[in-house]
Design a protein around this ligand. Structure first.
Ligand code: TRP
Ligand code: ZN
Length: 474
């Protein structure tokens, strides 16, 4: 979904093509109508095969039927229906999908040919797809799921568990369970229809649609996330969950799912932290602007993934949701989810902000001050390898390096000193507001900080985010 307004005028020729008419596209005298293949890379230097170009994804409807097999595998039988708008006239286009088999692809209802090699599903429709034309792509696929690992060897994607699956895709795990333009710049609207063995519960982003339905030993859950979402923020987690729904004073639904198999101590800790979500949302709304989505909540799974993820509107936690982590994941709804990184090198705009926000929550609730937390990070000796991370370019294997989090947060604290409390407060609100449902880069953020403060911040950001040494002067 592009944030630019796009014309919805569909030409007569396009309508004919959509209807399966024989339009002599190749013979057209109009330049720009000549069909060419869509690109197989969205352009992120850290992930050279990820994403696609030539179209703008609008919606994904994921219809998933999942059965756990054992503690580390399951079977997935799925149909994805996506819509996109071609941004040029396409002879073919591609989607990312790894580790599952495709049985058929239809484009606008017509069977299409495809190749599926090294995670690239390249689809050649029967007819070329004219620029600006809306397109419906239906992919039938499935196979055996396992426990995928990311470039740093952390579990991610569709992680099969004994009682279902914990689904956390950052950065490039979405293609382990659906065919996708895996590019945070191409956000879309998602609906989910998830069928599981009776007794299991499936929880995705957003709001439930209707009641679950059980038939022939299987239960189907439907979910809908109405705000545009980056693919890495999708989830469809399955387990032995108990669901509770509460509301904030403003009426925002908070839907929490806790696995019945977490230990009693972890359940107690998680319930206490999750009970603070409404207060956290109120506190962050005051500082960051209105909560950007139409639901909130948590999924606490009994698993071994070992980290939490800020999946849109409903974060996933591994075994326990501690208060600091809940504050961090809720803050990501503003910093990371409504405004997402333009490139993965911009990840500090997610992690630095979420870390800083959790410091704010800690101070607000009587813990250490932001000042003290910042001072503790700055006290790290200059000789420590900690300072060698270039925060705004940590490398594909350094996305979650500790400096991305804590030097990122310290950078924000220092920026507050540099531009003053009022301008900094305005900046905290302006960033998610101006880039709502879109993405932003480090240079976009610097430009905004300079605009709000009227200061030249080049030397400041060079020292803090573009240099791999401890800043002493700037
Ligand atoms: N979810 C983490 C956060 O909120 C980030 C993350 C994604 C991560 N994948 C990871 C952390 C793998 C450690 C390892 O900050
Ligand atoms: Zn984070």
């Amino acid at each position: 979904m592009s944030t630019l307004r796009r014309t919805t005028i569909v030409t007569a020729a396009a309508c004919l093509a959509l209807a399966g008419g024989t339009v002599a596209v190749a013979a057209s005298p109009v330049t720009g109508l000549h069909p060419t293949p869509g690109g197989t890379w969205a352009g992120d230097p850290y992930f050279p095969a990820l994403g696609a170009t030539g179209y703008d994804a609008l919606t994904y409807h994921l219809d998933l039927d999942y059965e756990p097999v054992d503690a580390s595998s399951g079977t997935l039988d799925a149909t994805s229906t996506m819509t996109f708008r071609a941004t040029k006239t396409l002879s073919s286009f591609n989607l990312d999908l790894r580790g599952l088999e495709v049985s058929s692809v239809r484009v606008n209802g017509l069977r299409a040919t495809f190749t599926h090699v090294d995670g690239e599903l390249i689809v050649t429709p029967r007819l070329p797809l004219l620029a600006r034309l809306p397109v419906v792509v239906t992919v039938e696929y499935g196979g055996t799921t396992g426990r995928p690992r990311d470039i740093e060897d952390s579990l991610y994607g569709w992680v099969s568990t004994a009682d279902g699956a914990m689904v956390v895709n950052e950065p490039d795990g979405a293609p382990t369970w659906f065919p996708v333009n895996d590019d945070p710049n191409d956000k879309a609207i998602y609906t989910f229809r998830i069928t599981v063995p009776e007794g299991k519960t499936a929880v995705a982003n957003g709001l439930p649609i209707g009641q679950p339905r059980t038939r022939d030993g299987k239960t189907t859950f439907r979910w809908f996330e109405p705000s545009p979402m980056a693919s890495y923020l999708t989830t469809a987690s399955i387990g032995d969950f108990d669901i509770t729904t509460t509301r904030t004073e403003d009426g925002l639904p908070i839907i929490d799912a806790i696995d019945r198999d977490v230990t009693a101590a972890n359940r107690t800790t998680s319930e206490a932290s999750l009970a603070k979500q409404a207060d956290m949302i109120a506190f962050f709304s005051e500082h960051f602007g209105p909560y950007p989505f139409t639901s909130a909540g948590a999924i606490v799974d009994d698993d071994t993934v070992g980290y939490a993820l800020e999946t849109q509107s409903r974060a996933v936690y591994s075994r326990v949701a501690s208060e600091g982590t809940v504050a961090h994941e809720i803050a990501h709804q503003w910093y990371g989810n409504t405004v997402s990184p333009h490139r993965w090198a911009d990840i500090w705009l997610n992690e630095g902000f979420a870390t800083y926000a959790a410091w704010m929550w800690g101070e607000h609730t009587g813990g250490q001050t932001v000042e003290a937390r910042a001072a503790a990070v700055y006290a790290t000796p200059a000789t420590s390898p900690f300072w060698s991370t270039v925060v705004a370019d940590p490398g594909a294997t350094g996305l979650f390096a500790s400096a991305v989090y804590s030097r990122g947060a310290l950078t924000l604290h220092e920026l507050q000193q540099e531009i003053g409390e009022d301008d900094f407060a305005a900046l905290l609100k302006a960033w998610p507001k101006e880039r709502r449902n879109a993405t932003g880069s480090t240079s976009d953020f610097i430009a905004l900080a300079e605009r709000i403060s009227g200061q030249d911040l080049g030397a400041f950001f060079d020292a803090w985010v573009y240099t791999g040494t401890k800043p002493t002067t700037w």
